[in-house]
Design a protein. Sequence first.
Length: 170
Amino acid sequence: MYLKSLTSFFLVAVFVFIMYIVYTGSISTYDLVTGALAGIVVAALFSGITIKNPAKVLNPIRWFYTTVYAVKYFFYYETMAHVDVIKRILHPKVPVMPAIVEAPYTATSDYAITAVACSITNTPGTVVVEVDEKRKVFYIHWIYAVTLEPMEAKKHIFEDFEKYAKKIFD
């Protein structure tokens, strides 16, 4: 149990440190020290609730799927969604047909469900407005709802997101 807690602490501290350095874009002494302190403090406060099974975090297959997902998401889905929304803004003849659609999800872990919901919300043109955990559905505001049928909406909006989130987190 102690080794598991120590591993969780270390993983959270390292992750926070890396994120701090990436987002500051600096490796000055000040930023290295501040990043290390931030990592230690955040790990002390949250490592017990953020990583339940450190072995999952260290699994290279999960890292592979994380990398594939990040590349597809940031370079394909985000780009295509931005282009679509920009066209709708700049060309008044491009239709807007907003609706709130219901779409079922099958992810089981809180992390996977959150990752899918955040991916949907971060993609321009869609926003998760409600998560019904009992019915296992998202309610999503969609800027151009091509369908109101739940399974079809899922295919159009987040089926690929969920596939990767389940491989990474479930």
